[in-house]
Design a protein around this ligand. Sequence first.
Ligand code: NAD
Ligand code: MG
Length: 326
Amino acid sequence: MYLEADVDTARLIDQQVTILGYGSQGRAHALNLRDSGFNVVVGLRRDGASWSKAKADGLVVKEPNTAVKGAAIVAFLTPDMVQKKLYAAVVDDIADGSALLFAHGFAVHFKLIEPRADLDVVLIAPKGPGGLVRRQYEEGRGVPCLVAVHQDATGNALPLALAYSAGIGGARAGVIQTTFAEETETDLFGEQAVLCGGATELIVAGYETLVAAGYQPEVAYYEVMHELKLIVDLLHEGGLHKMHKFISDTAAWGDMVSGPRVVNASSRAAMQTVLTEIQDGTFARNWIAESKAGMPRFREMMNADLEHPIEKVGADLRSRMDWLEE
Ligand code: NAD
Ligand code: MG
């Protein structure tokens, strides 16, 4: 694990770092790097919604082609599906021997981008959303990061990436070395099987089971959606050990005898299939095709998610939880 002491930030201090995209990660990286003393330029479309936001934050904002000129590092912090087109649009303006940086390996690992041979190609992936990357930095802390090198044209790719990770605060928390393949495949698997797909499906299935059995929707909501945060906080702070210390013996016994009946051999087989389809490129191919088609299924499934009865009950109950506004 690399810490701040292992990093030479001086190698970036007088150089230009260009951030393409100003969304969740882009804004956090740009502001943190600027506050760390780096020379930051943000590259955005002039008619896009982020342009005025980045300006209002006091950053230098240019159109992508102009923004990449003279940059030591060009960070691609736009949605993954946009990166191929954006790379094609700016590649001729990127200086010889500069570096491309990604926060997720998707576009490079699945060969949507095949970078010029003279460029370093690195990954700094914060293990948290952009808002947290910014907030932790402002509090003098940092979100841990992964670092990887896909192409080391200059022989300096790793120290350069580490300097960037220190600039966004990641080196305060620790930076672990990985590969583009490992970061991309585990990240996709995590969000699909556990974090986003798995967890929400578990919540909704639990809610539907209780409501179908005649229990009140409000009680079901508190039980399977609201209280999940308390458990996740315990897991986050102290793993299974801390959770078991704080829940009742009855809850622990129920966890151990019933958990494996819900997430059972067939759920595990499904997880393996999800992983295989990530590894063999099936998932990427389908997602790229969906994106090219204008995302009809994406929108249809998203609407179904957002129109689920648990959303209405939840909005009602949450409107009475004053503390959520903070
Ligand atoms: P986002 O959707 O929040 O932001 C997208 C930004 O890109 C916006 O500023 C938008 O205006 C800009 N943009 C869109 N199209 C553009 C174009 N053609 N030219 C220039 N700018 C354009 O994106 P995000 O969620 O921050 O994701 C950025 C990268 O970070 C992705 O590779 C993602 O996988 C990775 N990542 C995200 C998170 C996260 O928490 N959101 C965490 C780790 C890694
Ligand atoms: Mg879901």
